[in-house]
Design a protein around this ligand. Structure first.
Ligand code: AMP
Ligand code: MG
Length: 526
């Protein structure tokens, strides 16, 4: 297996001179060299053929003993010098100081088909940034990260990718709910793949130490490699960089809202400078549409990272990035202007995105209200977001509501309701009003029903990684059955296609999953 190594990050940026793998504060350096910890009896559980292909790896490469060794952290790619990245971050609204790759180790940057990719193991042992933790990851969260990265990619959401999922053969102690009941779980390693793993927090750490020299080096490096179209290494360039990151971040969050994804831990150390979804932890998918929902039990009190606030939080995080870049710009106004634009653009993009979910293309001044009304209706009774929007494409613009007071006008979306019998009285009236309004609105559109349905089905996925689906894969894997992982991986490769033999995954959350740990309740323990 040959890799074309091109280590720009470690070659162009300052590194930590200390080479011992001891936990410490690291200054004036973007990374520390560190080797993954060897494991007892590693085993590849799954790999993504698509990501392998991007990296120029054949099927036989992926089945080779060397693949297993490299991507479980037991062998170093020839001539590579693995490293952990230094960054800080604001966690749950508070500056947390140095964080860094506490359990992530970059193996190398490799070039394939004209593109450069950083390969990063997560869960491969201690690094100088491990603080008080063990540097390891458990199978449960590694399955979730591996499957979700790929599912998000196929949904068209900007994301880091995942090449492989392996078992380490060692057990890891975790207290899933932080309630004093730790248990041993299977340890695992995921190999994540991204053009870069630089985060907002990578800049914040240097700004917090007033280390403008390293800050500038990192900003220049980021511009050079990831934003070459922008002005380089000047004040204007840094402002343009901030604008570009704002735009990419905005688009990422809009796509999250489109598919019903809740990140769960939008700390600034989990915000990619490339606008990619990164660090899949206690994320979740909306089942019942609920703007206030968060899967993260660690955040249950304040619900800082709830679904409906992800845009606001992205903006808050961007403000922190602006503060970090300020020493390079020394002018607040241009950065503030970009922050102000974000608010306006976000509302505009949000309405556009929601209109695309509704199959609406023309301008209509009432659309904003109609979208609002729909969002309110969806929360009146528990209503599955994915099934609702997918079903809505079947409503005809010629539909005439019957005189009689039954629920037949909801036929196209009725499967989305957890308890359709709750749609009565005022709630029924609200829905009727909305459907009447929507059908009328559809009639203004030039698209035929069939054309609209085709378009809507490219925007409203049929299959997402519902929380309980990942949990089924996890429970099977705990019992040494890794087939469900591949089954889900395959379904989620074509999330917009009708897959007749996979209808079972186009279903509301089963009752057993409602309050189950791992489904509706997740913590940062991983
Ligand atoms: P997260 O919010 O999960 O992305 O993690 C926040 C910080 O904690 C990052 O710096 C991680 O590298 C670190 N971290 C999380 N879990 C572990 C672990 N088991 N061992 C070492 N560091 C960890
Ligand atoms: Mg993180």
């Amino acid at each position: 297996m040959l890799f074309n190594i091109e280590n720009t990050f470690t070659q162009e940026l300052p590194g930590d001179s200390e080479l011992e793998n001891t936990r410490r504060q690291v200054d004036e350096a973007c990374y520390s060299f560190v080797y993954p910890t060897k494991t007892q009896s590693p085993k590849i559980v799954h790999y993504s053929k698509e990501v392998a292909e991007i990296l120029g790896l054949s099927e036989s490469d992926c089945q080779s003993p060397q693949f297993l060794k490299i991507f479980s952290g037991n062998e170093i790619i020839e001539n590579a010098k693995p490293y952990a990245m230094c960054y800080g971050g604001h966690q749950f609204g508070h500056w947390a100081g140095q964080l860094g790759d506490g359990r992530a180790i970059n193996l190398a940057e490799v070039k394939s088909n004209g593109k450069r990719w950083a390969l990063q193991l997560k869960g491969a042992g201690l690094t100088p940034y491990s603080r008080s933790a063990d540097g390891l990851a458990v199978l449960r969260s590694s399955i979730r990260e591996h499957l979700c990265s790929e599912a998000m990619f196929h949904l068209g959401v900007p994301t880091t990718r995942s090449l492989s999922l392996s078992l380490t053969g060692t057990k890891v102690l975790r207290d899933v709910l932080y309630n004093g009941n730790p248990e041993y779980e299977k340890g695992a390693v995921v190999c994540r793949v991204s053009p870069s793993f630089i985060r907002f927090g990578s800049f914040e750490i240097f700004a917090s130490k007033r280390d403008n020299v390293t800050l500038k080096k990192l900003a220049d490096y980021t511009l050079k490699h990831f934003y070459p179209e922008l002005e380089q290494a000047t004040k204007t360039g840094y402002i343009e960089l901030f604008k570009a990151v704002s735009e990419r971040t905005l688009e990422m969050v809009i796509q999250w809202q489109r598919v019903g994804f809740v990140h769960g831990v939008m700390n600034t150390d989990n915000m990619s400078i490339l606008g990619l979804t990164i660090d899949y932890g206690p994320y979740g998918w909306l089942e019942g549409y609920d703007k206030e929902w968060t899967p993260n039990t660690t955040d249950i009190q304040h619900k800082r990272y709830q679904f409906g606030k992800q845009g606001d939080i992205a903006l808050w995080n961007l403000l922190k990035l602006a503060n970090a870049l300020y020493p390079l710009v020394e002018e607040a106004e241009p950065l503030e202007g970009i922050i102000r634009d974000f608010k306006i653009k976000y509302s505009v993009r949000y309405v556009q995105m929601m209109k695309s979910k509704l199959g609406l293309e023309m301008e209509d001044e009432n659309d904003f209200n109609m979208i609002n009304q729909l969002e309110q209706n969806l929360q009146l009774t528990e209503t599955d977001m994915t099934i609702f929007f997918r079903g809505l494409a079947n409503l005809s613009k010629k539909y005439v509501l019957p005189e009689k007071d039954d629920l037949s006008f909801l036929d196209s979306v009725k499967n989305a309701f957890y308890k359709i019998e709750e749609v009565k009285g005022e709630i029924l009236r609200f829905w009727k009003d909305w459907v009447v309004q929507y059908v009328k609105r559809l009639q203004k559109e030039a698209l035929s029903d069939i054309e609209r349905k085709q378009k809507m089905n490219l925007v409203n996925p049929k299959y997402v990684l519902r929380n309980y689906m990942a949990q089924i894969a996890i429970e099977a894997a705990d019992n040494n059955d890794y087939n469900v992982i591949d089954e889900l991986y395959c379904v989620l490769k074509s999330p917009y296609d009708e897959q007749i033999d996979q209808e079972k995954w186009f279903a509301k959350r089963p009752e057993w999953a409602r309050t189950k740990v791992g489904c509706s309740m997740l913590s940062c323990s991983s």
